[in-house]
Structures are given as C-alpha cells and as structure tokens.
Ligand binder design. Structure first.
Ligand SMILES: [Zn+2]
Length: 347
C-alpha cells in the first residue's frame, strides 16, 4: 500500500494539515479512507467505534460527496458551505471528500473555490480525481499528491510479505496493475480463502451462465477478483456473439451504475492493449495471468482492427462524460470490439 507517511509524513507527525489535498490517480478513495482512519484513530485499528463509523460511512464529521448524475453540482457545494460553518461533532476535525472532483460543474468549482480561500480551521478537503482536469485556481489551492503505481518488484515484495506465494502474488499483480489499493479488504482478508482459489471458484460459477446472468454477477460483485474475472469473461465472449446478443448486452450494460461501467471499460482497454502488445514484451502487459491466451488470440488478429478498438475505448470515458447516449454508444463500441477479436480461441 502507499505509505501514508510518504504522502503526509510531516503533517501526520505534527498535526498541521493543509486545508485541501488533491489526490490524483487510481486508488485515491482507498488512500483517502486510510488517511481518515489515521487522523481519527491513531492506531487505525479498524475495530473501534470510531474506525467502524469511518468504514461504514456514518461518521458525522466525515462527508463523502460524489457526483449526482454526471456532475458534482452547485447545490452539493452549497450544502458543504452551510455544513462547514458548524463545528465538528465528535472530533477535532471535519473532512469533506469530493470523490470525482474532475466532475465538478463550472459553477460548483467556482463556489468551492470560495470555501477553499478561507475555510474554517477545523476543515480538511480531500479532492479525489483521475486526472488533473480541474480549474487552475482550484489546483493552486490544493496540495497535489499524485499516486503512482508501484513497480513490479515492489508489488511482488509486498504481496509476499503478506504470506502469499509467488503464483498468488503474480495473480494479484495482474489484477491490480501496480495499484494495490484496488484490492479491498474483502479480497485479501475477510474471504479466508486464497486469491487463486477464489479465482477458480469464480470461473467455475461463470461457466455456462447466460450473458444477462454474467452481467448481473458482475454488477453485484464486491471483490476485485469476482469483478475482474466476470468483466474478462464478458470480453472474451464478445466475438462469439450474434448481433442480437451484442444488442442485448449493450442494453444491459447501459443500465449499470457508472462506476461499474467505467470498471468494465477500463478492463476492456487493458485487455485490448495487451492483445496489441503481447508480441513485443511480456513485462508490459497488464493481464499477466492470461499470457498464453493472449498469445493465442493475437496470432489471428489484425493490428489495424485492434488499434480501432483501442481508440474507441480510449475515447469512451470522455464520450460518456459528454452527452453521449450511453446505450447507443455502447452498441457501437461493442460491435467494434467484437469485430476486433480478442474472443475465445478456437478449440
Ligand atoms: Zn480505531
């Protein structure tokens, strides 16, 4: 995991925090949660009443704000403005987390800026974003912390220090792509069974179920292992589908919560990039546990078609943030993906 000490070192030591931090990168929400645990419970014990309130999202001095619809809107920021005037109830600090700060509407961003200019001294803002696409004036008010992926060897060391053997460490590497924060406690601890065992149990469950059932499983999956295996299974099935199946799949996917859809699109992008890269280098690919399958599939694929699929996926995030009709967009995307292979190998 990121060491909080590396990120907040001095502030944690002397309790002098900036009023606003911007965490950019994958895993920002997990880093934010660890930070909350640390400032409210010095031991980060995860078991005391305070920690439980934070983990369950019920601590009265911690407010998570996410986009409503496509944006974080002005009303949500006005609410914060009002709320911030009241002293914290159970602790010395109040923390507002704006999850997806790149989705602030223009008005909301302007309004936030006014609070950031002179916040009450007990308030800390944590802005979480995937990109730096924010008003420069907001950036200038925040301490910007970029979360970088760990190197392969750092990750291997970390997983092995948790008692996982080399095979399991390799599998978790494939899942996390250098961002161990993607793993929830569910993935590592609560399950009581090893990651590889859960992978094979998941694959067994997915065998032979229909596409709508598969998407439902994906939609309800809480652990990264189940989520990723289901997303990959769906991707591998695409090229085998008949047009009416693809239309049906697009229809069901368009109903998913936006984080789920985003997850699926990210996995798709990684899968198709891997297909394009697999001949060049094994070290560069994301889905390290799928190397044999990737190589097999790559053999029959046309690089121009692969490039088209990758382009479509790279544009997906922006298209969906704009006013694209999600359903129509997905139909066209899935047809492009199905046409670019990446499906199950023959036999
Ligand atoms: Zn605690």
């Amino acid at each position: 995991m990121y060491s909080l000490e590396t990120i907040w070192g001095q502030a944690l030591a002397d309790g002098r925090f900036a009023h606003a931090y911007l965490l950019v990168g994958e895993g920002a929400a997990t880093v934010a949660r660890e930070f909350l645990l640390r400032i409210y419970c010095e031991r980060q014990c995860r078991t005391c009443a305070i920690c439980l309130k934070i983990l369950r999202g019920t601590h009265p001095d911690v407010k998570w704000v996410e986009k409503e619809g496509k944006r974080i809107g002005i009303d949500q920021i006005r609410q914060i403005q009002k709320d911030a005037r009241y002293q914290p109830m159970e602790s010395p600090r109040k923390v507002y987390i704006l999850d997806g700060a790149e989705h602030l509407s223009q008005e909301a961003a302007n309004s936030l800026l006014r609070i950031l200019e002179s916040p009450p001294e007990y308030v800390i803002f944590l802005l979480l974003a995937r990109s730096l696409r924010l008003l420069p004036t907001i950036l200038s008010r925040c301490q910007v912390l970029r979360l970088k992926p760990l190197s392969l060897s750092q990750m291997r060391e970390m997983f092995q220090s948790r008692g996982l053997d080399a095979h399991e460490a390799e599998y978790l590497l494939a899942l996390t792509h250098g961002f161990p924060e993607r793993l929830s406690d569910l993935d590592l601890e609560q399950s009581g069974s090893s990651p590889l065992k859960r992978k094979s149990e998941t694959l067994k469950r997915l065998q032979g179920i229909t596409n709508p059932e598969l998407i439902e499983f994906f939609s309800e999956a809480k652990g990264l292992i189940e989520e990723r295996e289901a997303a990959l299974e769906l991707l591998k099935r695409l090229p085998e589908k008949q047009p009416h199946d693809i239309l049906e799949t697009a229809q069901i996917l368009s109903k998913l919560r936006s984080e789920k859809l985003e997850f699926f699109l990210q996995e798709a992008l990684r899968w198709y990039r891997d297909l394009a890269l697999i001949r060049e280098s094994d070290e560069l690919i994301f889905n390290r546990d799928q190397q044999d399958e990737l190589k097999q599939k790559r053999a029959g694929l046309d690089i121009a078609e692969l490039t088209q699929a990758i382009d479509a996926l790279e544009g997906a995030h922006d298209a969906l943030q704009g006013n694209a009709n999600v359903h129509l967009f997905l139909e066209s995307l899935l047809f492009t993906l199905a046409g670019s292979g990446g499906g199950r190998s023959p036999g």
